[in-house]
Design a binder for this molecule. Structure first.
Ligand code: E4P
Length: 216
């Protein structure tokens, strides 16, 4: 299972990358806006840190022509750039064209299995079901991941499933049990994955006991 980090914060990306468990980065306009910095220098700094790993950057146009133009510009930043396209009819058209040009896409804001199926048929590289936002409105987001993974397996679609809008470690465990390709995880949750109080207690006890070992 691949782990992407869901942030545009260079410090968080650096810390997670140094842990050695990060396979890519996802951003969105909200995450970029939180950094309060010019877009291009920020993205270039992130690209320096992640050294060729995939980074998803989102288009803002609503029409396919605009999405395609933006995507071509974003793809110029580096060949690790994956262009995030919203799941709309215009988006599907853009995905098809971009795929033919060899530009990787991540279909974002996916909330139903039919949307995922359409994105896969259009040839998207990744689909991003937003499970936390479904949980927020009392629908079990992980059910959607289960459906998409089964559908893609049935028809051997090459598109990868990125479990997105992750809110806590149980989401990561459930995504892994289902066999999703990728989980994109906020830094705070990556940190929570590391921690266990029994690990801390165990280390403390071993260090204490080591003091009792005679040293010559
Ligand atoms: C995914 O690529 C999105 O950036 C992200 O997971 C959205 O998460 P949110 O619902 O917590 O904003």
């Amino acid at each position: 299972m691949e782990f992407f980090i869901d942030t545009a914060n260079p410090n968080e990306i650096r810390k997670a990358f140094e842990m050695g468990v990060i396979d890519g980065v996802t951003t969105n306009p909200t995450l970029i806006s939180k950094e309060n910095r010019d877009f291009l220098p920020l993205v270039r700094e992130i690209c320096e840190i992640i050294k060729g790993l995939p980074i998803s950057l989102e288009v803002l146009s609503l029409k396919s022509e605009g999405m395609i133009e933006e995507a071509r510009n974003l793809a110029e930043i580096g060949n690790n750039v994956v262009v995030k396209i919203p799941m709309t009819a215009e988006g599907l058209r853009a995905i098809k064209t971009l795929g033919a040009e060899g530009i990787k896409t991540n279909t974002t804001l996916v909330f139903s299995p039919t949307q995922a199926l359409l994105a896969a048929k259009a040839g998207t590289t990744y689909v991003s079901p937003f499970i936390g936002r479904l949980d927020d409105i009392s629908q079990t987001g992980m059910d959607l991941v289960e459906q998409i993974v089964a559908i893609f397996k049935n028809y051997r679609f090459g598109s990868k499933v990125i479990v997105s809008s992750i809110r806590h470690p149980i989401h990561v465990v459930e995504a892994a049990l289902i066999g999703a390709d990728v989980a994109t995880i906020p830094y705070k949750v990556i940190d929570q994955l590391v921690q266990h109080p029994l690990t801390d207690i165990g280390i403390e006890k071993f260090l204490e006991d080591w003091k009792k070992v005679p040293k010559r």
